[in-house]
Ligand binder design. Structure first.
Ligand code: F6R
Length: 594
């Protein structure tokens, strides 16, 4: 939550900061600001989006500066609470991502010492603390200040001289990107893809100085030799490439995402799954922890593991898991998080490690915090996902879960080979759903007129119903609830009527007949039903009002085609309602607060 950037080089800092910030808006977008060292420090900030700020911003010269895009935690989104924040002299500016937990105490102390505060933020104590300890060395003063802070931070400090930027991180992400006689700092890689592909991932506790020609990082009190990494994502990956929104581009990228994952994890020639070294370990029980969409991937993962491994698997919402303690000895844990920074998931992972569990992380972001906690990290191959609503990262998580389950599975080789063959066809099956978009657009147009919708599914598709409802509510603001279809008559039926459309996932498996019955019961209460069903299903046409047809696949893979249909339905409904699809209100892509 919150994105920070820094630039120091030969070029004008201001346009570069704005372009980097725009790429980080998925981290928060309620207000933003920049500070440039140009004859003192010039700060410009407002409760607006980066593009709008750029239009109203006076042009400051200056070849070093910092920027911030905010998701408010302390203090409402407003000009005064937007970052950067200054010290009393106006000679030190700070951008911060994280939370200063003891800010109230520090603030009172600083006020009693004569410091003047203007905002409601926790961050503002940082420039004042640095000012208090400054005696000619900005890095030293920052280090002393940070020693007094409890909480999390990624910060960039700019002083009026503008010849260096001081950086530090603890429990919030930060990368340094290396250019030619210029360097960049950012919360995340998409910010810098237009400029360079060489990055250094900072670790917790790192503090350093970035100048035009160099980067110095101190780790555990001594100068560190930091490894330089080449970023595999390209500039095009972080652009809309002719699509109206990132979300629809990312939905359409899913056949490629499946192909990339399969290419990564399977050996084509032998038609077998490339096994992990962890295959050697016996799997007794499995616990999956995660939040939001990643939790729904976990629910599908639980189903796949139980089916293919014949073990007991649990899927837990990380924020709930953190408040109860029952962990079976010998449990293997899987933490799923596309951002790799979700606070609740990180906390759950720490707890699992403390109790002796082995933790495997599945994430889409290289260098993110989960990889520092996990025993083993598996990177999904989704590429950068800019839209706040997760789509292709969910698909990539599912692919890794299928692959993991097949890696561990003791099922006969023939069964695994046949599943793998099915998996290879998934890109074209998903493409088929995408090619049928026009019909879904029509259904979305009528769905957009309602204010409530229910989603129901059974078996492996119960989680797809939950995810379909989440997608719809978060981007279209239409109230949507997902249910296990069998549960709907235990209460939610009271809300059914002609104004409550129900989207029913009717896959051809052992739940199909029960789903037909549910649909009939719903229809009897006057609610319109849109079914998502296998192509050629004639029975469903008899009972549902409308049918979205998806290609036939093995039950285990049915979430893959069904969710693409529901993503499209959510997207086009939100578009019809004129919503801000890529940046829904009040949300952010990485949720770094508990
Ligand atoms: C919804 C969505 C969120 C995230 C949740 C967890 O579209 O994206 O529900 O899934 O905030 O995020 P990660 O996966 O980064 O841990």
């Amino acid at each position: 939550m919150c994105g920070i950037v820094g630039y120091i080089g030969e070029k004008q800092a201001q346009p570069i900061l704005l372009s980097c910030l725009e790429k980080l808006e998925y981290r928060g977008y309620d207000s933003c600001g920049v500070a440039v060292a140009a004859d003192g420090i010039k700060v410009f900030k407002d409760a607006t989006r980066v593009k709008a700020l750029g239009k109203s911003l006076p042009k400051f010269g200056g070849t070093s500066g910092i920027g911030h895009t905010r998701w408010a935690t302390h203090g409402a989104p407003s000009q005064v609470n937007a970052h950067p924040h200054l010290d009393c002299s106006g000679k030190i500016a700070v951008v911060h991502n994280g939370v200063v937990r003891n800010y109230q105490k520090l603030k009172e102390q600083l006020i009693s010492e004569g410091h003047n505060f203007v905002s409601d933020t926790d961050t503002e104590v940082i420039p004042h603390l640095i000012e208090k300890h400054y005696s000619g060395n900005l890095e030293e003063a920052t280090e002393i200040a940070l020693n007094e802070i409890e909480g999390s931070y990624a910060i960039i400090v700019l002083a009026a001289a503008g010849n260096e930027l001081v950086i530090a991180r603890k429990d919030s992400p930060l990368v340094v990107a290396l250019g030619d006689r210029e360097n960049f700092i950012a919360s995340d890689v998409p910010a810098i893809l237009d400029y360079t592909d060489r990055v250094i991932y900072l670790e917790d506790g790192d503090i350093g100085v970035v100048s035009q020609n160099g980067v110095r990082i101190k780790r555990n009190g001594i100068e560190a030799r930091c490894e330089e990494h080449k970023v595999l994502w390209s500039m095009e990956d972080a652009q809309k490439s002719g699509y109206e929104h990132f979300m629809i581009k990312e939905i359409h990228e899913q056949p490629g995402v499946i192909r990339n994952t399969l290419g990564e994890f399977t050996r084509d020639s032998e038609g077998s799954v490339d096994l992990l070294e962890m295959k050697e370990r016996a799997l007794e029980s499995m616990l999956l922890v995660s939040c939001g969409t990643s939790y729904y991937a976990s629910l599908i993962g639980k189903f796949i593991f139980e089916e293919l491994l014949n073990i007991s698997a649990r899927a837990e919402i990380a924020s709930e898991f953190n408040y109860h303690n029952h962990i079976l000895p010998g449990t293997t844990a899987i933490a799923i998080t596309q951002s790799g920074e979700t606070a609740d998931t990180l906390k759950a992972m720490k707890k699992l490690k403390e109790t002796g569990c082995r933790v495997i992380a599945i994430t889409n972001v290289v260098g993110s915090s989960v990889s520092r906690i996990a025993n083993q990290t598996i990177y999904t191959r989704a590429g950068p996902e800019i839209s706040v609503a997760a789509t292709k990262s969910f698909m990539a998580q599912l692919m890794v879960l299928y692959w993991l389950a097949m890696s561990y599975s003791k099922a006969e080789t023939r069964k695994l080979a046949s599943l793998l063959m099915e998996m290879r066809q998934l890109p074209s099956k998903v493409q088929q759903v995408l090619d049928d978009e026009a019909k879904i657009i029509d259904y979305a147009k009528s769905l957009a007129k309602y204010e409530n919708a229910f989603f129901i599914g059974r078996g492996i598709n119960m989680a797809v119903a939950l995810e379909g409802a989440l997608k719809l509510k978060e981007i279209s603001y239409l109230h949507a609830e997902g249910f296990a279809a069998g549960e709907i008559k235990h209460g939610p039926f009271a809300l059914l009527g002609s104004n409550t459309p129900v989207i029913a996932i009717a896959s051809q498996d052992n739940t199909y007949e029960a789903m037909l019955t549910s649909i009939k019961e719903i229809k009897a209460r006057g609610a319109p039903v849109i079914a998502v069903a296998e192509e050629g299903d004639e029975d469903i046409v008899e009972v549902a009002d409308s049918v979205i047809s998806v290609p036939k696949v093995d039950t285990l893979f049915s979430p893959v085609v069904n969710i693409v249909a529901l993503q499209l339905l959510a997207y086009y409904t939100a578009r019809e309602r004129g919503c801000s699809i890529d940046f829904p209100r009040n949300l952010a892509k990485s949720v770094t607060v508990e």
